[in-house]
Ligand binder design. Structure first.
Ligand code: UD1
Length: 380
């Protein structure tokens, strides 16, 4: 039996690992177990119940307004004995959260092999995004198996000195998860939509990154406020992250404003449905940048840099930063120019083809000598 232990802690990791966990569960010769740090509580539990994943262990580390020190040490200490008990052949982690980093470090301390899903994303800017850029770089150094979602991610890994033999080009599992949700239909309309007449242009907003807390978040809100004032057919739906520091600013600047709806983080199918209904998406989230092109929705990225330049290159995303004037201008252009809007709202799939989980499981079996050939790479 090949013992695989998948460790995650936040909503995006859960969404992106769900397709892999589901497939591992069905793979003969594999004993698959899931451990959650629960760096997120409510937002993680939504995804666990959606995909019917029952963790083998739950470290329940989340604290109100937690610091990076708390997330790191509480995860590490929680995993210390658990890993000894489990003795996995492979620890699987995803992405670039502090759980990803701490779980990789814990596995390394016990000398267990590490597989990194969504490996090789880079901005090459140490503090952007913070702490994610360093979380993923450190995870690269510790990992044995690297599942690169795109050709560019593969190149980044090669440049970091990782040997080609350890890299598998798989596509991003977010596309697998998205396909699964779309298959289930679009009955998950957000209740807020009931009050809509159908002619409004919906601006869907989600922003939570640590480097955007404080002034940049305030700037984003100011731009939104000006946009609704100037365009009467515009409505904003802002999914307000559970982070108290996000909520403080967003509620301070936008609460009570007409046509600005501040809503709680919703479950994944509802968010996907809302992306489909939106006219335009403004976000600093990584996952939404990856999902929106599949849904044909333009994205304005509220950040200085992105480790996902594929969408920008394909012409479906634009990096706009957090200056209110720039956000206003770029959004206004897409609201007023049909031509510009149509250019950016074409469908594109630079991130995956829905078969990433399959390739990841095949690659693991190949790595452990249970398959003769590696999976054929994703051709994005
Ligand atoms: C984390 C990840 C980030 C990822 C994001 C996705 C780190 C350092 N950051 O950021 O990479 O993009 O998740 O959402 O790993 N909270 C709740 N309930 C929840 C979730 C969060 O109350 O279900 C609150 C807690 O008070 C917590 C705060 O939100 O202190 C921030 O959560 P945290 O995991 O520290 O950082 P995120 O900003 O969510």
């Amino acid at each position: 039996m090949l013992k695989i232990l998948t460790i995650f802690g936040t909503r995006p990791e859960a969404i992106k690992l769900a397709p892999v966990v589901k497939l591992l569960d069905k793979t003969p010769g594999v004993r698959s177990r899931v451990v959650v740090t629960a760096q997120h509580r409510q937002m993680l539990d939504q995804v666990l119940s959606l995909f019917a994943i029952k963790p083998h262990a739950d470290l329940d580390i989340m604290l109100h307004d937690q610091t990076l020190f708390e997330i790191t040490t509480r995860s590490l200490l929680g995993l210390e004995h658990l890993l000894v008990r489990e003795k996995p052949d492979l620890v699987l982690v995803q992405g670039d959260t502090t759980t990803t980093f701490a779980a990789s470090l814990a596995a390394f301390y016990h000398k267990f092999a590490i597989g990194h899903v969504e490996a090789g994303l880079r901005t090459l800017d140490k503090y952007n995004p913070f702490p994610e850029e360093m979380n993923r770089r450190i995870t690269t150094v510790l990992a044995d198996l690297h599942f690169a979602p795109t050709r560019l991610a593969e190149k980044n890994l090669l440049r970091s000195g990782i040997s080609k033999k350890q890299i598998f080009l798989t596509g991003n599992t977010v596309t697998d998860a998205l396909k699964e949700i779309l298959k289930k239909g679009t009955s998950h309309a957000h209740p807020i939509l009931k009050s809509f007449k159908g002619r409004e242009k919906i601006l869907l907003v989600e922003a939570h990154r640590r480097e955007n807390l404080g002034k940049p978040m305030e700037n984003i809100c100011t731009a939104l406020s000006r946009l609704v004032q100037d365009f009467p057919n515009l409505s904003v739906i802002f999914s307000v992250h559970k982070n108290p520091r996000v909520r403080e600013t967003v509620y301070k600047v936008l609460k009570g404003q007409e046509r600005i709806h501040l809503v709680e983080p919703m479950d994944y199918p509802t968010l996907v449905n809302l992306q489909k209904r939106a006219y335009l998406i403004l976000t600093d989230s990584g996952g939404i940048q990856e999902e929106a092109p599949s849904l044909g929705k333009p994205v304005l990225v509220l950040r200085k840099t992105t480790e996902r330049p594929e969408g920008v290159k394909a012409g479906v995303a634009k990096l706009v930063g957090t200056e209110p004037g720039k956000i206003y201008h770029e959004a206004m252009t897409l609201i007023t120019s049909k031509e510009q809007y149509e250019k950016m709202s074409k469908k594109a799939n630079p991130y995956g083809d829905g078969r990433a989980a399959e390739r990841i499981v095949e690659a693991i079996l190949y790595y452990f000598g249970k398959r003769k050939k590696p999976p054929s790479p994703f051709s994005g």
